[in-house]
Design a protein around this ligand. Structure first.
Ligand code: AVI
Length: 343
């Protein structure tokens, strides 16, 4: 899978010299337009591949984000509950890792449920920058957070964190990037390393990263988490086809596809596919894509981490695991990574 990880996050040369971006508190319509214009190009490129493969970042329009929130509450989807348990049980330790006057940045922030657990325990935080592609979702969540924590400087940035973001200047003693939810697992390992390196640059030397990752486990637990009995994950997967039809005027019938989730042991990943139920053609942007019966569109990988391997990869990137928190079943881990010298 090719997730577009081109320029990544604009690094801060020093905490005192971060570029101030004007109008940062307004919904960034320009950013949203850019995101929309790459949707068609990325879908055409993905459907032209053999096998057909698309980026999971396109699941998350308003409906996709809503479905993902439902997924996080499903009985089969253990990661959210397990991570929330860790963040709650170790809130003081995590706040201690951040330190006083810390600027917290959350790429792919979503509904801010997890970061709330951290924010309320921080000692005089310098600010919080949630970053998300979904502008309306982001600004709504930021507004709610401001009402709850009026003293907190909340500066939402509407951007696709995989293709580069610029942050506002906020004076602070330390920057910490909060990246929970095991979103790292949706990137190919080399892309995940690149992403972590970009977070390290963003945090700067002496900064930190708080990273939530899903760990390897029995496929009998993993597969139902991605193929639930109520069919919410199936709807989430098929939402991509609805987006193709509704936003890009594609000729495609979502009813002619089935959802499939499987675990590939060698690669340590859950894969999601859309399986064509018949021989059919998708017309999109002047292109025609033929599908055989049973042919699939590979829509997502969700890598499950081996903790020892991950810590070694982090060390290679100059990230030291200052703390590793895991639940009693060793299903999920939250790593507090200290940034050494960045390149
Ligand atoms: C966002 N991401 C970490 C989820 C995951 O578990 O890989 C996305 C997801 N896909 C299906 N269910 C949840």
């Amino acid at each position: 899978m090719t997730l577009c990880l081109k320029p990544l996050i604009t690094p801060a040369p020093s905490l005192a010299r971060v570029t101030k971006i004007p109008a940062l508190n307004r919904p960034a319509d320009g950013a949203a337009d850019n995101i929309a214009s790459t949707f068609l190009a990325d879908m055409v490129a993905g459907l032209s591949k053999s096998p057909k493969q698309t980026s999971p970042k396109y699941f998350y329009d308003a409906r996709g984000s809503e479905l993902f929130e439902q997924i996080m509450r499903l009985p089969e989807y253990y990661p959210t509950r397990t991570e929330m348990g860790l963040l709650t049980a170790h809130a003081m330790e995590l706040a201690d890792f951040c330190g006083p006057n810390c600027l917290l940045v959350e790429p792919g922030a979503g509904n801010l449920a997890k970061v709330r657990l951290l924010l309320k325990n921080l000692q005089s935080p310098a600010g919080f920058i949630p970053v998300d592609v979904s502008g309306s979702h982001l600004h709504h969540a930021a507004h709610e957070l401001r009402l709850e924590q009026p003293g907190l400087n909340v500066l939402p940035v509407c951007a696709d964190f995989t293709t580069g973001i610029s942050l506002p200047h906020v004076a602070s003693d330390r920057r910490v990037v909060f990246f929970p939810g095991s979103t790292l697992g949706n990137f190919e390992p080399h892309e995940a390393d690149r992403l972590l390196a970009s977070f390290a640059q963003l945090a700067g030397q002496g900064g930190g990263i708080i990273l939530g990752v899903d760990l390897r486990k029995d496929p009998a637990i993993l597969v139902p988490a991605y193929d639930d009995a109520q069919g919410v994950t199936a709807a989430f997967n098929k939402n991509l086809l609805h987006r193709l039809r509704d936003e890009l005027a594609a000729e495609v019938n979502p009813e002619q596809f089935a959802h499939r989730a499987l675990y590939i042991d060698d690669l340590g990943r859950v894969e999601m596919h859309l399986v064509s139920l018949m021989a059919q053609t998708i017309s999109l942007g002047g292109h025609s894509f033929q599908l055989e019966v049973g042919e699939t569109i590979h829509t997502e990988n969700s890598y499950k981490q081996d903790l020892t391997e991950l810590v070694a990869r982090c060390e290679n990137l100059g990230l030291q695991a200052a703390r590793i928190l895991t639940d009693s079943r060793q299903w999920f881990a939250v790593l507090c990574l200290s940034v050494g010298k960045t390149t």
